[in-house]
Design a binder for this molecule. Structure first.
Ligand code: FE2
Length: 218
């Protein structure tokens, strides 16, 4: 038997031993289920590597966390992507994509947005800084508004936040809030969730936020 034959034989034996080791417990008892292991795709073996049949597996997107609605939502806001009219404040643009749990865009998803003005006050008489907008065919949305101010919630101020409700046929409605990094009131707020803090760039004189939503199937 040549050296090449021996190497190949050893490799085959080693592979066979590995398979047995994965299927049996150390005591020789019944097969052991290794859930954590099974959740990760196995690296292809040198002996078994070949093109996988069927489409490539789709990545998974974490469904966006829900957050409290608060007391100031008003249904029936006008359809518009530019919420700010004459209100003063720091210009803010928020862009992103609405996707499903497989990271596929949801065309035409609705976003119902409302937030406080520069001084932390909501327009509860009209629809100032409120609006409904629709994602495009690629699930993309773009919102123009201003940075909200802080307002008192009991003895403490709430950090700046944007309220959003999302709706799309076939998906569970989502009510949530978007937050800003480095807001002095993020620390200690009872409602903030880390995954809801936007990426915000302010290098071009205005705030440019980015946030991708992911909705769960109904
Ligand atoms: Fe609020």
């Amino acid at each position: 038997m040549t050296r090449l034959d021996l190497s190949r034989r050893n490799l085959l034996l080693a592979s066979a031993g590995l398979l047995v080791g994965c299927q049996r417990s150390a005591s020789g008892g019944p097969p052991v289920t290794r859930t954590a292991y099974a959740a990760k795709p196995a690296a292809p073996s040198v002996l078994t590597a070949r093109p996988a049949a069927g489409p490539a597996p789709t990545p998974s997107c974490h469904v966006t966390a829900a957050n409290i609605e608060g007391p100031f939502y008003k249904a029936g806001a006008p359809e518009r992507a530019r919420l700010v009219q004459r209100q003063r404040g720091v210009p803010l643009v928020i862009e992103g994509v609405v996707r499903d749990a497989d990271c596929q865009p949801i065309p035409g998803a609705w976003l119902d947005v409302w937030h406080a003005d520069h001084d932390g006050a909501y327009d509860n008489d009209g629809f100032g800084l409120r609006g409904r907008l629709r994602a495009d065919r690629g699930g993309r949305y773009r919102l123009e508004t201003i940075v909200p101010g802080h307002y008192l919630n009991g003895p403490t101020y709430r950090p700046a936040h944007i309220h959003v409700k999302l709706f799309a046929p076939g998906f569970s409605p989502l009510t949530t809030q978007l937050y800003f990094p480095e807001d002095p009131y993020n620390e200690g707020d009872p409602f903030i969730v880390d995954s809801l803090v936007m990426a915000v760039d302010q290098s071009r004189g205005r705030r440019e936020g980015h946030f991708d939503f992911s909705l769960a199937s109904a």
